[in-house]
Design a protein around this ligand. Structure first.
Ligand SMILES: NC(=O)c1ccc[n+]([C@@H]2O[C@H](COP(=O)([O-])OP(=O)(O)OC[C@H]3O[C@@H](n4cnc5c(N)ncnc54)[C@H](O)[C@@H]3O)[C@@H](O)[C@H]2O)c1
Length: 311
């Protein structure tokens, strides 16, 4: 990475800020563009050049792209459930924002454009079986739909304008710095509730499974995609293992409020029943192997949430 200049959109956010740190540690020069709608200024390491503003702002995007030879596009409205009510705002950022970026990239295409997509591009999955990249892509949320449309533009514009691209379908990411919102990050949401003595709320029966992947693993997968010569491909980024939401609640209750039982509420529209990644493709083509599972990392995340609350 030494000598390379990389733009990270959404670099003040949860995953983006970890990615920026890793890029700087590898000797890259890093530009960050973020409108701080969710991200925090203090998440951006001092070594990065920060452009505060929107990916829909033409002038700012032009400036942030100056001299850049790689783009990791992570800026997005990240809220599956909320996108049902706010599909317009979702598409404005997640689809139109991506198109704006592509529009500016095609003038002087960087060597690689990595797009942060999501497991939400897949259709509903009634069985807890891993989905591969070729599984049906029939999103059941506006968020999944805008990510899928953006993916298709990235691949098409990439081919037509000589912009090598990779699409990464992140599964359920967890780790320090995940901001609390009622819509995303079930682990952070449960930790917040338990710390305040409230029962975690489970939507549905709790047997729905998710593939929880540690943010450090997501960063490694993103760097592998950025550095590889592979283009035009989509990859799942998960662990290949499913954990039920009920198990997550039990794991956290046991550590934070033993005996406090979860509360069950009706399932929410837009949410997939099961979501587990088949990661054979990314293993084979990018040599990716996840290192940290939920059980090994959960205490670190609880500890971070504790310092956040007191710090
Ligand atoms: N967290 C997950 O579990 C998960 C799962 C699948 C995919 N993803 C994808 O990974 C990426 C990063 O997600 P995250 O969890 O770090 O979320 P995040 O909300 O912490 O980060 C997104 C960042 O984008 C910024 N942003 C939003 N709209 C913007 C705009 N119009 N212009 C400039 N900046 C804008 C926000 O301020 C925020 O800092 C997103 O593209 C998301 O869709 C995340």
């Amino acid at each position: 990475m030494k000598g390379r200049r990389i733009l990270v959109t959404g670099g003040a956010g949860f995953i983006g800020s970890h990615l920026v740190e890793a890029l700087l540690a590898r000797g890259a020069a890093v530009h960050v563009i973020d409108n701080l709608s969710m991200g925090r200024r203090e998440n951006v390491p001092p070594g990065a050049r920060f452009y505060e503003g929107d990916i829909l702002d033409d002038r700012l995007v032009e400036q942030a792209l100056e001299g850049v030879d790689g783009v990791c596009h992570l800026a997005a409205r990240v809220a599956i459930r909320d996108s049902v009510a706010r599909f317009l705002e979702d598409a404005q950022t997640n689809l139109m924002g991506t198109l704006h970026l592509l529009h500016h990239c095609r003038k002087r295409p960087p060597k690689k454009f990595v797009f942060a997509s999501s497991m939400a591009v897949y259709g509903d999955c009634p069985h807890p079986r891993p989905v591969s990249e070729t599984s049906p892509r029939e999103p059941i949320s506006p968020y999944g739909l805008s990510k899928l449309a953006a993916e298709k533009y990235v691949a098409l514009i990439g081919r037509q304008y000589g912009l090598p691209s990779v699409r990464l379908r992140y599964f359920n990411v967890f780790g320090p710095r995940q901001a609390f919102t009622p819509y995303v990050g079930v682990i952070t949401i449960f930790i917040q509730a338990l710390r305040q003595g409230r029962p975690p709320i489970i939507f549905g029966d709790g047997d729905q499974q998710r593939d929880f992947i540690y943010v450090g693993d997501i960063v490694r997968a993103t760097l592998l995609a950025l550095e590889s010569d592979i283009s035009g491909e989509a990859f799942n980024v998960g662990t290949g293992r499913g954990t039920s939401v009920r198990e997550v609640a039990a794991m956290l209750s046991q550590r934070l409020r033993p005996g406090l039982e979860p509360r069950f509420e009706p399932p929410q529209p837009g949410e997939i029943r099961h979501s587990i990644a088949d990661i054979s493709k990314i293993r084979r083509m990018l040599g990716f192997q996840p290192e940290g599972g939920l059980a090994e990392r959960i205490d670190e995340v609880i500890a971070w949430n504790r310092t956040e609350a007191t710090g």
